[in-house]
Design a protein around this ligand. Structure first.
Ligand SMILES: Cc1ncc(C[n+]2csc(CCOP(=O)(O)OP(=O)(O)O)c2C)c(N)n1
Ligand SMILES: [Mg+2]
Length: 514
């Protein structure tokens, strides 16, 4: 056994049995070990942003880390943007990054770089394995870091000689760092606030947005009269008929300020003090109204479900206290194809237990209310704002949950960052429907241009915001990577294409020409 094999065996032994990979020369012994060791599924991505985004999606749906295999500093650097998004989503990931054999580093060969330096900003745990007999122990430590609470991104750098030299060990995790479920004092002080007067908001994030967390929050709201909301962007929310529907803090600053204006107190359940996505001249960064107290009940990595159960007990609330919510009537839309009809069609099409990955940007602004009354589903959003997140996350979600339909909704600008995801979806036969909203624009940036006070865009500025010269042919792009597609221009065509795509298995694409 060599170091690479001891690492693969260690990963599997500790429950990491899926590897999203884009290898190079320095990782060939790891790749060779995949043939010798049973039990590691390996999925090739044709760009490292696909690889790291897939690991994020996998964690969000599985609650357990995958590993990635990346080629030295540049391979890792290509994957950093989606590692940033994964870090903000609190996803656990084990990155295995190849390195030159240690004696080769000082010769400053072309691919030599400061890999630890590149890894650190996006990784809570970084280590270079010094030799082949340390690799198993280091691999187990990386998995332990990824599985701690809150989950972390761990980056293990594997020098080629540590991979190819002899090893004798497979290591097991001894301890993982776990936070206590919650602070009893925080529950007590929260209960006191809820028993008092003044408008109070329970702001949910993370595990509080699971079906159980939402049901508990609904009971607490019914009993105490507090309001419940989610953050603007969330790693995963349980939604659909029969589940408690919560609004999110709106993205535009004015709308966010007015949504939060009524509250005297905001209680944070894994959430953070609400903050604007960007700074704008003459607008605040923090969104709470003046004089509003912000009270933390649980932090990321604590157990929001256990905390909400304790809070329900403290205020005497049960699930039966939830006030019924007025369902919105949904039906297949007619009339012009626009953001509202698209939202209705998607609400109708979402099949039971689907996973929706949302990077629909401007087109998706109105998707939330109508889809609240679709069949039950999970909704995944971009937590780090680095676009190109959705198509890889859809891969990871589909690998984690092969029995569930994945619907990836993506703006045309965002889709171009990690388009190679389609090839992996085709190769692995993943059950992913990608819906591209082709407005041939970075539409959101047109609004931001006004928002930051940049004036009226001239021809050169508009060239930086438009994608129409040449227009992208999404059906051809999909076909070139093995994914069949349909282009639609009307509401009827969109309804039909959605219904057909839901009845089919395997990767599909719909281009919505707007
Ligand atoms: C990595 C990265 N680069 C650039 C941006 C800036 N950016 C934000 S949204 C956007 C365009 C999105 O266009 P599209 O997906 O077509 O959405 P639309 O607004 O047209 O619906 C860009 C370039 C970003 N957020 N992340
Ligand atoms: Mg666009």
């Amino acid at each position: 056994m060599n170091g690479a094999e001891s690492l693969v065996r260690t990963l599997i032994k500790n429950g990491v049995d899926i590897c999203f990979a884009n290898p190079g020369t320095s990782e060939m012994h790891f790749v060779a070990a995949l043939d010798r060791v049973e039990g590691m599924r390996c999925v090739l991505g044709l760009f490292e942003g696909v690889v790291t985004g897939a690991a994020d999606g996998y964690f969000r749906m599985k609650g357990a880390p995958a590993c990635t295999l990346l080629h030295l500093g540049p391979g890792l650097a290509n994957g950093l943007a989606n590692l940033h998004n994964a870090k903000k989503a609190s996803s656990g990931i084990v990155n295995i990054v190849g390195q030159h054999a240690l004696h080769h580093i000082e010769s400053n060969a072309p691919l030599t770089s400061d890999i630890e330096g590149l890894a650190r900003p996006m990784s809570a745990w970084v280590r270079t394995s010094p030799d082949s007999r340390s690799v198993a122990r280091d691999g187990a430590a990386a998995v332990a870091a990824a599985k701690s609470s809150p989950p972390q991104i761990a980056t293990l750098i594997l020098p080629a000689d540590a991979a190819w030299s002899d090893a004798d060990d497979v290591a097991e995790i001894t301890v993982t760092l776990q936070r206590p479920d919650y602070s009893p004092q925080a529950i007590e002080s929260t209960a006191k606030i809820l028993r008092g007067s003044g408008e109070t908001l329970l702001l949910l994030a993370g595990s509080a947005l699971t079906e159980r967390g939402l049901a508990l929050a609904a009971g607490i709201a019914g009993k105490t009269g507090c309001k419940v909301m989610g953050e603007t962007f969330n790693a995963r929310i349980a939604r659909g008929r029969g589940r408690f529907f919560v609004d999110r803090i709106p993205y535009p600053v004015e709308q966010a300020l007015s949504a939060l204006k009524p509250f005297r107190t905001i209680i944070l359940v894994e959430a953070n003090d609400p903050v604007a996505f960007f700074a704008y001249p003459d607008k605040p960064s923090f969104l709470k109204p003046e004089g509003c107290d912000v009270h933390r009940m649980t932090a990321t990595g604590e157990n929001a479900i256990a905390a909400l159960e304790a809070l329900a007990g403290a205020v005497g609330a049960s699930l039966r206290d939830a006030k019924p919510q007025q369902p919105m009537e949904i039906g297949w839309p007619k009339g012009p194809l626009n953001n509202v009809s698209i939202a209705q069609a998607i609400a109708m099409a979402i099949p039971e237990n689907a996973i929706v990955v949302d990077e629909a940007i401007t087109t998706g602004r109105k998707f939330f209310p109508s889809t609240a009354f679709a069949a039950p589903h999970d909704w995944l959003q971009n937590m780090g704002g680095s676009i190109g997140f959705s198509t890889p996350v859809a891969i990871g979600a589909a690998v984690a949950c092969p029995e569930r339909k994945v619907i990836c909704m993506v703006g045309d600008g965002s889709a171009m960052y990690t388009l190679q995801s389609l090839w992996t979806q085709a190769r692995e036969g993943l059950n992913v429907l990608t819906i591209v909203f082709s407005n041939r624009m970075y539409q959101i940036l047109r609004g931001e241009f006004d928002g930051v006070g940049a004036g009226e865009p001239g021809k050169k500025a508009m060239d930086m915001l438009s994608l129409d010269r040449p227009a992208l042919d999404w059906i051809a792009l999909g076909r070139g990577m093995g994914v069949q597609g349909r282009a639609v221009t009307t509401t009827d065509e969109f309804n039909k294409a959605l219904a057909e795509a839901m009845a089919e298995q395997g990767p599909r694409l719909i281009e919505v020409q707007m």
